[in-house]
Design a protein around this ligand. Structure first.
Ligand code: SF4
Length: 465
């Protein structure tokens, strides 16, 4: 699987916000800004420790580690804290290869809630522990009302080259209903500031499918957003996320979501207007002018390795996924003790990784190549001892079966007609999805049709073994 490759993306999580949006179930905290400086210390400790675990980069004599600055001991190797597979990651990555990501992403939370001084501190951390010579994209998330020219100047000077702005709506009544803490005027001003600061690459998020918003009103919002000139936009449907205020209101019968028909109508309106303005839908929820797709997210969707640092941050590398506990106090305490943060670790079986790679890939306009995924699965299975998540023996596929499947067959490279059980399931399912008009075939790739995009979650379930 791709996730055994060196880390391509690094994500730094900033879990502080100036309030809580009604729909939000992310780990974000308001009223804890007094902890930000300690948090930046802890974040640097974790990145420093991870950079050592992932690359063995030599530090110059006399360079003072973040741990030493805190007066704490050095962090234990991750595998001493829990079996996250990181020790084997050391073996998988050549000591000569430094942790040199192609993308950096600072998200939250609201990174721009930091003071100018804190934001400068945050932006200085990566260069101390990563080799940034390969870096192509550095994104920082921001919210209107927390972004000003001074902060943008700090970001620009640090090398940030992409801003992702959480606008969500350009209608004050809708913003209030969503529990946002900014106005449409502040959102417009933030866009103007981003452009004035010289950022060519920036994105604007919108939330659609808000009950009570008329079709005409939603279309006006999308048109107004397009008029602000972002080369990238994300459009999400309002959903009920477990743990959010909205989910509680829905459970109590005090709120409801749009029905499926209403949601699709809303998303179709957005797609038509964005496409007409030159923004291409390159992923189910993401649109961009050519060349402005979010490289960080595309890399994750392609199954490439990424490292997440910070409270509640998730990582995927070396066939494992680990997520730091969503607990700021525990995160700070671990740093003070010189330990890695508490985290949950999941060792991914070859089949799990193959299915995830297929499903995430299908969400993109470029689609996926099942044969490539199966070949990687085969290679990984071959390297595993029997009984360690190893696949069932492959079943031969007869010529008649292959002919019947036609272009839906997912033959392995080299012209082999032999396929895994998973490959057989995919071939059968793709054949049916194609007949139902949900998937089409482009060479060896499978791509969702417009109707398939509407039913992407159903398609995903169908393709699971
Ligand atoms: S700004 Fe983002 S992270 Fe913060 S509460 Fe709202 S949705 Fe959640």
């Amino acid at each position: 699987m791709r996730a055994s490759s060196p880390i391509e993306g690094v994500y730094l999580h900033v879990p502080f916000c100036d309030g809580k949006c009604g729909y939000c179930a992310f780990y974000s905290l308001s009223g804890r800004t007094g902890d930000i400086d300690d948090y930046l210390d802890a974040l640097e400790l974790e990145l420093e420790a991870e950079s050592r675990l992932h690359c063995y980069r030599r530090r110059t004599a006399g360079s003072k580690s973040a741990l030493a600055r805190l007066g704490a001991g050095r962090p234990r190797p991750v595998d001493a804290v829990g079996d996250c597979g990181t020790s084997s990651m050391q073996a998988a990555v050549s000591p000569q290869v430094p942790l040199a990501p192609r993308t950096l992403y600072m998200g939250g939370g609201t990174p721009t809630i930091l003071t100018v001084r804190q934001l400068a501190r945050l932006c200085a951390i990566p260069a101390r522990h990563l080799d940034l010579r390969r870096l192509k994209e550095w994104t920082v998330e921001a919210n209107p009302g927390t972004l000003d020219a001074e902060r943008l100047a700090v970001l620009k000077a640090a090398g940030v080259n992409r801003i992702s702005l959480g606008v969500q709506s350009l209608d004050d009544a809708v913003l209030a209903r969503l529990g946002r803490r900014h106005t449409a005027a502040q959102a417009r001003e933030a866009c103007a500031l981003i452009r004035a600061a010289g950022f060519r690459n920036w994105s604007l998020d919108l939330i659609g499918c808000v009950p009570g918003v008329m079709a005409r009103q939603w279309a006006e919002t999308v048109r107004a957003a397009v008029a602000l000139g972002p080369p990238h936009m994300s459009v999400y449907a309002l959903t009920s996320e477990e743990g959010s205020r909205l989910a509680g209101q829905i459970a109590a019968g005090d709120a409801a979501l749009l029905d499926e028909e209403g949601q699709l109508a809303c998303l179709h309106t957005a797609e038509q207007l964005l496409r007409a303005s030159g923004l291409r839908r390159y992923e189910i929820s993401n649109y961009a002018r050519p060349g402005f797709e979010c490289r960080h997210n595309v890399s994750c969707w392609r199954g490439e390795s990424y490292l997440g640092v910070g409270c509640a941050a998730a990582s995927h590398a070396n066939h494992s996924r680990w997520t730091n506990a969503p607990d700021l106090d525990a995160y700070l305490q671990a740093a003070r003790a010189g330990s890695m943060p508490p985290r949950e670790v999941e060792r991914l079986t070859p089949e799990t990784e193959a299915v995830e790679r297929l499903i995430f890939g299908l969400r993109m306009a470029e689609g996926v190549e099942p044969a490539g995924i199966l070949a990687a699965l085969d290679a990984r299975n071959a390297s595993l001892p029997i009984g360690v998540g190893r696949r069932r023996p492959r079943r031969a596929v007869t010529g008649t079966q292959q002919a019947r499947r036609g272009e839906d067959a997912v033959a392995l490279p080299g012209g082999s007609m032999e396929q895994s059980a998973l490959g057989t399931h995919w071939a059968t399912t793709f054949a049916r999805l194609r007949r139902e008009g949900l998937v089409r075939t482009l060479g060896g790739r499978r791509v969702l049709t417009a109707r398939g995009r509407d039913l992407a979650d159903t398609v995903a379930v169908e393709l699971m073994p």
